[in-house]
Design a protein around this ligand. Structure first.
Ligand code: ADP
Length: 286
């Protein structure tokens, strides 16, 4: 099977500094892949190279089987993109924003009207179709960006920090849209620095790549990470420091606690992605 996205030894150098450094990974068709890492890790630069917005300094990138340097048009036809900056035109209505994008992609008239109605309905914006886009809330603007990115029926969707600046309700709503799209077969690559976002979206079937200073420092499913680092966690307060002790299972962690006479300042629970990240890198994301 042809990978949806493949990077081989990709790098990007800005001012003599490699911000993406010899990066290699591939994403299968239908997969959801979360690229996680602190600000400045190189996540956006990686996405920008894959979607042909920024040229790589070295390495090879293929999207839907096409080398991005030789087949830019085919690549663009196969991808939908939602970037961090809200790029919709506030002085156009919601419908007109969709129209404009549809025309840019040469979607024939009859098909375009149907597709616009379908995707606005999908992101629950049908009742806003005639209002100026600038009057939409942050969450609605993001949903409009997603509807627009889906209009030309791409196979692969790129989402760069899709929920930054959204309140919890809007964030949840977007997560559901993203998860549903993936369940329908859409390949999704998203970047985020929110651990809970990756946990929610990649929990069942997704993979997670953890990036730091331009490199992938860990790659696998949440389950892989739990197996590798430990599913059970004992948290121990020692003076003003907190220690994290990992155990293969929660039962092992419980048994350890049970065997202690003095359990002051200790608790036990299942490990989460943040615990594993801290264990892996020795610091927290935010
Ligand atoms: P992330 O998305 O993980 O927050 P970025 O890919 O945005 O990280 O940035 C990675 C590094 O590259 C940062 O140190 C950033 O300052 C630098 N960088 C990004 N874009 C440019 C640019 N156009 N010129 C110079 N440096 C840049």
């Amino acid at each position: 099977m042809v990978a949806a996205i493949e990077l081989q030894n990709v790098s990007k150098i800005y001012n003599n500094v490699p911000v993406v450094n010899d990066l290699s990974f591939s994403i299968d068709s239908g997969e959801i892949f979360g690229l996680l890492g602190p600000n400045g890790a190189g996540k956006s630069t990686t996405i920008r190279m894959i979607i042909t917005l920024t040229e790589a300094s070295g390495g090879k990138i293929t999207v839907a089987g096409y080398d991005i340097n030789n087949h830019r048009d085919q690549v663009k036809r196969n991808i939908g993109v939602v970037l961090q900056q809200i790029s919709i035109d506030g002085e156009l209505t919601v419908w007109e924003n969709m129209e404009f994008h549809g025309r840019m992609h040469h979607i024939p008239d009859s098909q375009r009207q149907k597709a616009i109605a379908r995707w606005l309905d999908y992101v629950s914006l049908s009742d806003r179709k005639d209002v100026l886009a600038r009057t939409l809330s942050g969450g609605m603007k993001r949903r409009l960006q997603i509807a627009r990115a889906l209009l030309h029926e791409p196979k692969i969707l790129f989402l760069d920090e899709p929920t930054v600046g959204l309140d919890p309700q809007n964030r949840r709503r977007l997560w559901e849209v993203i998860r549903d799209l993936n369940r329908q077969g859409m390949t999704i690559l998203l970047t985020t620095h929110y651990m809970e976002e990756v946990e929610f979206l990649c929990e069942d079937r997704g993979r997670i790549g953890i990036m730091e200073t331009g490199k992938l420092i860990e790659l696998g499913t949440l389950k892989d990470f739990r197996t590798k680092y430990g599913e059970g966690l004992v948290i121990k307060q020692v003076d003003d420091k907190i220690e994290y002790l990992f155990f293969p299972t929660l039962a092992d962690a419980n048994a350890y606690m049970g065997g202690l006479v003095d359990r002051t300042g200790m608790m036990c629970r299942q490990s989460n992605l943040e615990d594993i990240f801290v264990e892996l890198t020795g610091h927290q994301l935010d």
